[in-house]
Design a protein around this ligand. Structure first.
Ligand code: ADP
Ligand code: TRP
Length: 334
């Protein structure tokens, strides 16, 4: 999809579970941060969504600070982007209920995550929160009247569901919500993990974005390649090492490596080392920045609180509009 030209409102969230990997960084965090140059950007730590799997309160709090620190380390500028913690804007849960009442079970039963749980025979055990996950996500997006939602490919279905839910609400109660669109960059829509499947925490195939150099090198060396002998020519377009390399290297460097692949006498081990050098050089400054920020809880709290104040200024009137469309007026005594 091409980049929008006029200034738009972009919004996205990341669940506060686990450590961001190269798939999260390249597929969502980096593109989202780049948008702050030209657009109005709202990003948040989806800690209410994290409750579907995280049932340890201390871990919840810790991981929220972790994700916030990663975003800031990667270049999110809290002066230009509104960055907040989802649970600091409780209006989202109220909107989620209003939306729940116009969302059919049939729509939610089509969600990939629910279908996968069903296929594993776990549908009776999953929480209602997990089943209703897409409704809360719709509330996240609609509460800010966002135009664009920068995400990786796996989240497109959720944005489509948001469009359906918003359309249904608008149809039933009159024009209320902006219909959002997913913004997915073709070149990073699916980053592959070390085993060649989509990189994902659930597959144990990730390369964590800010691994220390030694572990980063070990992990990159584990990327699975085919068994073409060292001396034979290789096809860069079919190699996962090259696919990652091109996302960190300049056009000239990419052309140079592609040439080496095609010429032969260039092994995957060489390419992996070159990839390691690139990722390590790219991430080095972020690693340091992360350590600094993560140690400064007062700063993190300040950023999150200031973000929540700005977010609530937008969320409040939108929730009021949705409530009044449904026939609920705030009474002066309240
Ligand atoms: P995971 O699959 O590891 O649990 P999340 O679901 O937490 O990742 O994804 C957070 C964000 O990162 C989402 O916007 C998602 O689309 C994006 N993302 C995750 N994995 C990838 C990937 N392999 N390639 C591109 N984007 C990804
Ligand atoms: N479901 C998203 C994920 O797993 C996180 C998320 C929650 C989100 N609410 C959102 C993303 C709103 C975009 C917009 O990555």
């Amino acid at each position: 999809m091409s980049e929008p030209e006029s200034r738009k409102r972009c919004l996205s969230g990341v669940k506060s579970t686990g450590v961001p990997h190269l798939g999260n960084y390249l597929g969502m965090m980096r593109p989202a941060i780049e948008l702050q140059e030209q657009h109005e950007t709202y990003y948040f730590v989806a800690d209410y969504h994290a409750l579907t799997t995280e049932h340890d309160g201390e871990a919840m709090e810790r991981q929220t600070y972790d994700i916030t620190s990663y975003f800031l380390a990667f270049g999110l500028d809290p002066e230009r982007s509104v960055f907040f913690r989802q649970s600091d804007v409780p209006q989202v849960t109220e909107l989620s209920w209003l939306l729940s009442c116009v969302t059919s079970m049939g729509l939610l039963e089509r969600a990939h995550a629910y279908k996968a749980a069903k296929d594993r025979g776990e549908e009776g055990a999953i929480s209602h929160g997990l089943f209703a996950y897409p409704v809360l996500m719709a509330a996240d997006i609609l509460l800010y009247q966002a135009n664009l939602v920068p995400v990786g490919k796996d989240q497109i279905q959720h944005v489509e569901m948001t469009r359906d839910i918003a359309g249904r609400f608008n149809y039933l109660f009159g024009e209320t919500f902006v219909i959002p669109e997913a913004l997915v960059r073709d070149e990073v829509k699916v980053i592959l993990g070390i085993d060649g499947q989509k990189m994902s925490k659930s597959y144990g195939n990730t390369i964590e974005a800010l691994l220390p150099p030694k572990q980063l090198k070990q992990r990159i060396m584990q990327i699975v390649t085919d068994s073409t002998p060292l001396e034979e020519p290789k096809d860069p377009e079919r190699c996962n090492v090259f696919a990652l390399y091109r996302l960190f290297a300049s056009v000239e460097e990419q052309a140079e490596m592609a040439e080496r692949y095609r010429a032969g006498n260039y092994g995957y081990g060489h390419a992996k080392l070159a990839l390691f050098e690139k990722v390590n050089a790219h991430m080095g400054p972020y690693r340091e920045h992360y350590q600094q920020i993560r140690g400064d809880l007062d700063y993190l709290e300040d950023v999150l609180r200031a973000g929540a104040t700005k977010a609530r200024q937008v969320a409040g009137p939108v929730l009021e509009l949705a409530r009044s469309r449904c026939g609920y007026k705030r009474r002066p005594v309240l």
